[in-house]
Design a protein. Structure first.
Lengths: 485, 789
């Protein structure tokens, strides 16, 4: 009901939808389809699949979220000058977040970088498996973030701005495109079964978009979805009888209120819940996967099983037609596993092996199944880390430069984009902001970020808010960049 | 050929008229110097409230109150009218859900149905308003508007729960205020400047009044304050609190997006950037970035923002008492450590130590706001960044709501003693009767009351009364209600609620009339039909209500001159049973029901759903107030009540308003039923329909447990009769009797389920009890349970 009120632009459509529901008339749905096509802005009130503004290169997105701020100079962005002048003072005043970096001393990375694959992309020895799929990767070394603190940084990456309460990217995508599989949510979150990361559920919020676009957690352990099964085991016949009575009572009541959409939707939501109960079941069951696949994702290794299981589930969800999947970082090394304020070398040695193999496995597996072309995988933290030391062994937050990985979905494979200064403190070439990255991801999904809006508090809000953020599609990252007139 | 002069005149006139008629769709663009013009003040929300005359209707049969006249006028113009009155059981449940968020008990239903007097419903409304359950329900609405949370910081970590000590006192204050029907102007003054109303700094002891006024300022402590850890105790976060506070105040009082003017002059509304910082300057003496008090003491020596819940004199007395206790305890412990101390003596001393230690007094805290010292200079912040201060601004108000530019700034001579007096000046300005500001404040609040009772507000963007918001569907009604509220109702909520509920509009049926069913009869009437005496149906109370809300003059007019009651007391009498034939299908003319030709159904809010489940099962504990019931975020993602931290077992079944309020990670049941993420505040809840709601109601342990409880309750009420059990389950869960068909269907269901359980090995009696529990569980799952009809 709320949508009708807040969407003056959609009022006619909302009316048609309502009428269509009541009468199920073909003519009306036809009219509705035309109405949709005629409107400039995408978006709907349900999860039925919708096409974008233009032909999409990718159908699905998998975000491998890496909370805490992975250190670009130790992982993706080799800096020989930094190694050479390790221990000397940084010539500039460096912006730090916490105390401990006042000495302003450069600290080179103890890790070696080697060219990988045909493309020769340099990646740290900490991530050998990711290095092995370098030819599939688009490595952006010139990312910047709007804020130096985790909550704001995470929001900047996932919602385009640092302010709380805004919808996350996955919610916008579900709102814009709906989803192919009506038996599963459009936006699925696979989190560590042991707990939440810093930022928790706020990283898959719907903000002021309708609630059906919120990310739904599917568990990799126990029941797939919260309350998917009755808290007590009941004979199947009892459950059937319950649903039969419920449907009758609801249907009878609904006839008294023929124009209350909600009541109809509620009956449907029980049907969807029942279908979810059937479908979500199978997702958990990884026993049909071959031994080779299980090994590929590292399911047999306690170090990689946690993240690997969820990466494998992500692939299965893509096969099922789920639109957007977020896999959160493993929390075995903390709820912000990449937040290495101290002892960064040993910290990285702990975290990297947990995600390296599963990440590479997911990319290789999607590739071999022909799914990588139509699936975007992105691996990203909220910001980077400083080239100077914090307290002698750690690195503080850095919003001026970080690196992230993209693969599939029409992103340029084997390509390195942008560059940072000699120490890796600031991005200096081909800088990419978070909103521009989101605009580019949207473009690959067939969405024009300028035209995907939602009315909120008297304003047509957009994920990227280009008028304020200057967001634009970064054509260089794409195999088929948009033609700019 | 026209003369040159004529042509020139024409051009001048054309230009002048273009200027005059050009609608102001944008504002600003002039950066900091944009000035508000007289025309800007003409926007409907910014004008002074003027009481309109109650419209005269062609046919006033259905007009029970002036509200009805305002609603019927446009309905008449569209060839429509109200729907027939709702049946009395529906009406009773509607009133209970709206005012208490709880269903009526079977006894209350029976009593109401047995009362044929014409004012039965009016008396019912009075009873409901007088009950403390009213404040618990309506207090929660206000807590939404102000963005209340018990926790500190962003609260974005599932298991990192920092509860702000004593914050709950504000929640209880709000509930108390609604129960006492505190005038809204007073309520606002206390919340904005309670600390300036009393001399708490020098009081020898904290009286109830002092305590109440300090607690009230918790309203200004709802912003997310990140300064609860050393590394977050930085200017960025100080200003974050200030910005959020301006946003909450701008939104909760004025329904304006004042926050849009933080970085630049507002793009649409006449709010110069300067005005934004004038508002901020109201709060800088308390939230002083140069003299910051963190929100939470992360080390014992940190002096945080909270005040001890005792005066300085009381504190030193308590300190002395505690020092005595500590000295005695230390002495006894010393004795215990002496070599000659026997075990018997040791045991005795242990007891003494425990007894003496128990005499230590703990002083609670009040999460208040107060000026922390001399007021700092407040700057306009360029691009909203504190790193780039612009010109100095004076504390002040929104120019668009002021008649002169002098009125828009706080005179610094007001300052007395340690208080800047800025917040008190602001509160008085915002509530000064008949001013532009008070007019907007009243409109915004009245609109919210309407929204809670009628499902949709008159201004359907209750969060935005600016030029980008929607215009009121019934502008004159909004003006009339706002005038009533400030004048005869004396800013009190209850008379206004009563006035709205006694209207024919509120009491009409919500079922939409399809042309087929236009007679108003339900296809399937309740099984023991309740014959209603003429006139009592729908409580057509004659126009002049026994409410103080109506001015005497209005009453006179309403009674004497005919617009409202042309035939004396017979207002809508027979109209109730046989509505005037409706020539047009209202669903075609007004599909969105903007004109209110039928009552709207309302999905219950998350908290009310839980409370209704508990009320039906009979387990709801009605204890009021006190520290929040703690929650736990389990690894599987469910958020439940933390049973390990309950002070008493019954705390697990208290009303939802007393559970821990977090910004995220609230009870899972709340989360799936649209309890918002409280980033800032929430003027309007969403009412989504998502499969997780169905899964929760079907499978959640809480619902299953309460269904069992309800089944036992039903069984003991039914004394062996299955028919009686079905009736009892319906009355308890849905506050109505089942229809004949429903009854038949449910009886069959019970037989089926009993067999199914027997087949699965259950013994006969438990099998029936189990079947009954499934019936109860299913009733909890019906749409009807989740909606007020």
């Amino acid at each position: 009901m709320r949508n009708e009120i807040f969407q003056p632009a959609f009022s006619r459509r909302a009316f048609l939808e309502r009428s269509a529901m009541g009468f199920g008339s073909l003519a009306l749905s036809h009219l509705l389809a035309r109405e949709l096509a005629a409107e400039d802005s995408l978006g709907g009130t349900d999860l039925s699949p919708r096409s974008g503004h233009f032909a999409a290169q990718a159908k699905a997105v998998i975000l491998l979220m890496q909370n805490g701020g992975p250190s670009q100079v130790d992982l993706f962005d080799p800096k020989p000058e930094l190694a050479k002048r390790s221990g000397q003072k940084h010539p500039q005043k460096v912006e730090s977040f916490q105390p401990g970096s006042q000495a302003n001393l450069l600290m080179g990375s103890p890790f070696h970088f080697r060219p990988q694959g045909q493309c020769g992309m340099e990646i740290s020895e900490l991530l050998p498996q990711i290095g092995s799929v370098a030819d599939e990767l688009c490595l952006v070394r010139s990312m910047v973030c709007d804020n130096n603190n985790h909550p704001q940084g995470l929001r900047c990456l996932t919602t385009g701005k640092i302010f709380p309460g805004r919808p996350t990217f996955g919610a916008w995508v579900s709102y814009a495109l709906g989803t192919a599989n009506q038996d599963l949510p459009a936006y699925v979150v696979l989190r560590d079964p042991d707990g939440y990361n810093n930022g928790g559920t706020t990283l898959w919020e719907n903000g002021w978009l309708p609630a059906q676009f919120r990310g739904t957690e599917i568990q990799s352990r126990g029941a797939a979805v919260l309350d998917l099964h009755a808290s007590r085991k009941m004979p199947a016949e009892v459950e059937r009888n319950n649903l039969a009575l419920l449907t009758e009572l609801n249907e009878e009541r609904r006839q008294l209120f023929p124009r209350e959409n909600d009541l109809e939707a509620r009956i449907k939501s029980y049907e969807l819940a029942a279908r979810m109960q059937l479908h979500a079941e199978g997702l958990l069951d990884l026993s049909h996967e071959t031994a080779a696949t299980r090994r590929l994702y590292g399911l047999d290794n306690p170090l990689t099983a946690n993240f690997g299981t969820r990466c494998l589930m992500a692939r299965r969800l893509v096969e099922e037609g789920v639109r957007y999947i977020q896999v959160t970082a493993p929390i075995a090394s903390g709820t912000m596993p990449w937040d290495h304020h101290n002892a960064i070398a040993s910290g990285l040695r702990k975290v990297c092996p947990q995600v390296d193999q599963p990440t590479a496995a997911l990319i290789a597996d999607l590739k071999q199944r022909g799914l990588l072309e139509s699936t975007i995988v992105w691996w990203a933290g909220e910001f980077g880390r400083l080239p100077i030391t914090q307290g002698g062994t750690g690195r503080d937050h850095n919003r001026y430069a970080f690196s992230l990985l993209l693969a599939g979905g029409g992103f340029r494979a084997g390509y390195v984009h942008g560059a940072t200064d000699e120490f890796g403190y600031k991005a200096v070439e081909k800088i990419v902001t978070c909103p521009s990255l989101l605009a580019t991801l949207m473009h690959q999904l067939g969405i024009d970020h300028n035209r995907l809006t939602y009315p909120h508090q008297g304003r047509d809000e957009a994920l990227t808010d280009p008028a304020v953020t200057g967001a634009h599609v970064v054509g260089d990252l794409l195999t088929h960049p948009p033609i700019v007139a | 050929m026209p003369s040159v002069l004529g042509r020139l005149t024409f051009v001048v006139l054309l230009a002048a008229s273009l200027v005059a008629i050009r609608p102001r769709v944008t504002f600003g663009g002039d950066g900091e110097s944009a000035e508000v013009t007289a025309r800007d003040k003409e926007h409907w929300a910014f004008r002074n409230v003027r009481r309109p005359a109650v419209p005269i209707l062609r046919s006033a049969e259905r007009a029970a109150t002036p509200i009805d006249a305002f609603l019927l006028k446009p309905l008449e113009a569209s060839g429509l009218g109200f729907s027939p009155p709702a049946d009395r059981t529906t009406l009773l449940r509607r009133a209970f859900l709206d005012l208490h968020g709880l269903p009526p008990t079977p006894a209350e239903v029976a009593e109401f149905l047995a009362d044929p007097s014409p004012d039965a419903f009016a008396r019912e409304v009075d009873r409901l308003l007088a009950s403390p359950r009213f404040g618990e329900r309506w207090g929660r609405h206000w807590l939404d508007v102000v963005g209340y949370a018990d926790t500190v910081g962003f609260d974005s970590d599932a298991n990192g729960i920092f509860v702000s000590e004593g914050k709950w006192k504000f929640r209880d204050y709000v509930i108390r205020s609604f129960n006492a029907d505190k005038p809204y102007d007073r309520f606002l003054v206390e919340q904005l400047a309670g600390d300036e109303l009393v001399d708490w700094r020098h009081a020898s002891r904290f009286t109830d009044e002092i305590r109440e006024d300090l607690i009230a300022t918790g309203y200004l402590r709802t912003a997310r304050d990140q300064t609860h850890e050393p590394e977050s105790n930085i200017p960025l976060n100080y200003y974050g609190v200030l910005h959020d506070t301006v946003e909450v105040v701008g939104n909760s009082l004025f329904a304006l997006t004042v926050n849009c003017a933080r970085c630049h002059t507002h793009k649409f509304d006449p709010i110069p950037q300067r005005d934004y910082y004038r508002l901020m300057a109201l709060f800088t003496p308390a939230y002083n970035p140069e003299n910051w008090k963190p929100v939470f003491p992360w080390k014992p020596e940190i002096r945080d923002r909270a005040l001890p819940d005792a005066s300085t004199a009381e504190l030193s007395q308590i300190d002395r008492l505690n020092a005595d206790v500590d000295r005695d305890v230390a002495r006894m412990r010393g004795r215990m450590a002496e070599p000659g101390c026997t075990s018997a003596l040791k045991a005795k001393l242990m007891q003494l130590v425990a007894a003496r230690s128990a005499q230590r007094r703990h002083v609670g805290r009040i999460q208040a706001i107060y000026d922390v010292g001399p007021a700092p200079v407040t700057h306009l912040l360029k691009r909203g960044q504190f790193e780039t201060p612009g010109p100095v601004v004076q504390a002040g108000f929104l120019s668009v709501l002021c008649d002169s530019s002098a009125e828009a700034v706080v005179s610094e001579t007001r300052a007395t003693g340690p208080d800047s007096g800025r917040r008190l000046a602001f509160a008085q300005w915002a509530t000064r009767k008949d001013s532009r500001a008070a007019g907007l404040v009243a409109r915004v609040f009245v609109n919210r009351i309407w929204q809670h009772l009628f499902g949709e507000a008159l201004v359907r963007t209750p969060e935005n009364f600016g030029v980008q918001g929607e215009e009121p569907t019934h502008p004159e009604l909004l003006e009339w209600l706002s005038a009533e509220f400030q004048g005869p109702a004396g800013w009190r909520t209850k008379p206004l609620v009563r006035e709205m509920m006694l209207s024919a509009a509120y009491q009409q049926a919500s079922q939409s009339q399809s042309p087929r069913a236009i007679s108003g009869h339900r296809p399937d009437a309740p099984s023991p039909p309740t014959p209603l005496p003429q006139g009592a149906r729908g409580e057509k109370v004659p126009a002049p209500l026994q409410t103080e809300a109506l001015s005497v003059a209005e009453r006179g007019i309403a009674r004497a001159s005919s617009p409202l009651s042309p035939r004396g007391r017979g207002v809508g009498g027979e109209g109730g049973l046989s509505p005037a034939p409706i020539a047009v299908d209202p669903a075609t003319v007004d599909p969105e029901n903007k004109l209110l030709w039928r009552m709207r159904t309302k999905r219950l809010e998350a908290e009310a759903i839980r409370d209704c489940v508990l009320a039906a099962s009979g387990r709801l504990d009605s204890t009021m107030g006190g520290p929040p019931i703690l929650l736990i975020a389990r690894p599987d993602g469910l958020v439940t009540i933390d049973s390990s931290k309950l002070r008493r077992p019954a705390d697990a079944v208290r009303r939802s308003v007393y559970l821990l309020s977090r910004r995220a990670y609230n009870l899972s049941l709340f989360n799936v039923f649209d309890r918002p993420l409280f980033a800032v505040n929430c003027p309007k809840r969403d009412t989504s329909v998502i499969p997780l709601q169905s899964l929760t109601m079907l499978n959640d342990e809480f619902v299953a447990d309460e269904a069992d409880q309800l089944a036992s309750r039903v069984a003991s009420a039914a004394s062996g009769s299955t028919e009686q059990a079905v009736r009892s389950a319906f009355v308890l869960a849905l506050a109505r009797e089942p229809s004949a068909t429903e009854s038949r269907r449910c009886l069959n269901f019970l037989i089926q389920q009993e067999r199914a359980f027997e087949g699965a090995g259950a013994q006969q009696n438990p099998a029936f009890q189990k079947a009954l529990a499934q019936l109860c569980r299913t009733l909890y799952n019906t749409s009807e349970f989740l909606y007020s009809e």
